[in-house]
Design a protein around this ligand. Structure first.
Ligand code: APR
Ligand code: PHB
Length: 389
């Protein structure tokens, strides 16, 4: 088998890159470890930056997003019962759109099927070869047979547990990491949201978030200890704890119901540099992880793909490798700003079990500053709504 770009991973990064390449007439094959059903059933975040929405339009996959996405002009921060609204529209002249990552993935899968582009699911034993030569290839097993896919370039879009990043020789890559001493317990429920905008709450008992997927489906999170397990949390216990952490009027708006999904996720910041080695280009979670506090994970995958598509397009269309040469530096410049923002927002909103009264007073001062300084709120708004590409 031969293609121009071999894409490892059918998450949003791999699928979006495949879609943009296909529309530009650049041949590509996606290799995915899991089944299509598994890929389509993953529940992830759902806040799209304006730049992400524009990219999905550019890729021709935004029809349902335009109909069903909820455009939000702002969101609220709550600090021990006091609410402060961040008016994104007024402060940054941008909005965010609420549309689940699961739906983005479904739209991309359907668009790929409509173009009849190949995705091979349930691959096994995948390995990258010759990434520092002009003729790389990918070996893998599918349907009980061994295959080799020869290509010009490999896009490593295989997420945080993928193999692409580990194919870079030790010594050629450096990683940076921060783990946080807590996790998020998330619950999805078919009930209208507590508030028409997102509410991020800092409380003595820990962080809480009211989010949504639609006007009829809510997504809630509470901070829990790292070692906590979903079995320890009945739906009733979850809703009781959530309400205790929210300002009274927001808590009153929480409508309980049977959970559709409940899961615990640890919080981590991670960056691997550079994002290119030879003919291998990393994009999305394969290169970096952010804690979910700023809702940047999917948005960063999309901005990486923007730079990578641009680089590959210039290679094939203009015979120029300038974009390929600068891909890693361009992508990382934006990645690090989102890593900083997610780390900062995590620090502002959580209860840190290992910290003392000094840190708590600093959090209070920071919130007070945000509530009273337009400059501080503007900095928050422009990062949350998404920095330019
Ligand atoms: N071979 C082939 N595919 C693989 C392999 C492998 N060895 N390892 C992992 N994969 C697949 C995974 O099964 C998954 O479908 O790669 C895909 C990676 O997708 P995501 O994890 O969704 O990563 P990405 O596309 O970068 O999207 C980033 O997802 O994790 C969230 O917060 C993150 O929202 C962000 C978005
Ligand atoms: C979500 O809706 O799942 C969500 C929203 C905002 C975040 C994180 C997750 O910051």
């Amino acid at each position: 088998m031969r293609t121009q770009v071999a894409i490892i991973g059918a998450g949003p990064a791999g699928l979006l890159l495949g879609q943009l390449l296909s529309r530009a007439g650049i041949d590509n094959v996606i290799l995915e470890k899991r089944s299509l059903d598994y890929v389509l059933s993953r529940i992830r975040a759902g806040v799209l930056e304006q730049g992400t929405v524009e990219m999905l339009h550019e890729a021709g996959v935004a029809k349902r997003l335009a109909q069903e996405g909820l455009v939000h002009d702002g969101f609220a921060l709550a600090f021990r019962g006091t609410l402060h609204r961040i008016d994104l529209k007024q402060l940054s002249d941008k909005t965010v759109t609420i549309y689940g990552q699961t739906e983005v993935t479904r739209d991309l899968v359907e668009a790929r099927q409509a173009l009849s582009r190949p995705t091979i699911y349930e691959t096994d034993d995948l390995a990258l070869h010759g990434i520092d030569t002009d003729s790389p290839y990918v070996s893998f097993r599918a349907n009980g047979q061994r295959h080799e896919l020869r290509c010009d370039f490999i896009a490593g879009c295989d997420g945080s547990h993928g193999i692409s990043r580990h194919s870079v020789p030790t010594g050629a890559s450096r990683s940076y990491e921060r783990t946080y001493p807590f996790s998020w317990l998330g619950l999805l429920v078919d009930r209208p949201p507590a508030s028409h905008e997102l509410v991020y709450a800092n409380h003595d008992r820990g962080f809480a978030l009211c989010s949504m997927r639609s006007t009829q489906r809510s997504r809630y999170y509470i901070q829990v200890p790292t070692e906590d397990r979903v079995e320890n949390w009945s739906d009733d216990k979850f809703f009781d704890e959530l309400r205790r952490r929210l300002p009274a009027d927001v808590a009153d708006g929480v409508t309980t119901g049977p959970s559709l999904e409940k899961s615990v996720a640890p919080l981590r910041s991670f960056v691997a540099e550079p994002m290119r080695f030879g003919r291998l280009f990393l994009a999305g979670d394969a290169a970096h992880i952010v804690p979910p506090t700023g809702a940047k994970g999917l948005n960063l995958a999309v901005s990486d793909v923007h730079y990578l598509f641009d680089a590959l397009h210039r290679h094939y269309r203009d015979n120029s490798d300038a974009g390929l040469a600068t891909y890693s530096a361009r992508a990382l410049a934006r990645v690090w700003k989102a890593v900083r923002f997610s780390w900062w927002m995590t620090g502002l909103l959580h209860h840190f079990p290992d910290r003392d009264g000094f840190d708590w007073r600093i959090q209070q001062a920071e919130f007070d500053y945000l509530a009273h300084s337009r400059a501080a709120s503007t900095a928050l708004a422009e990062n949350y709504a998404g920095l330019p590409y």
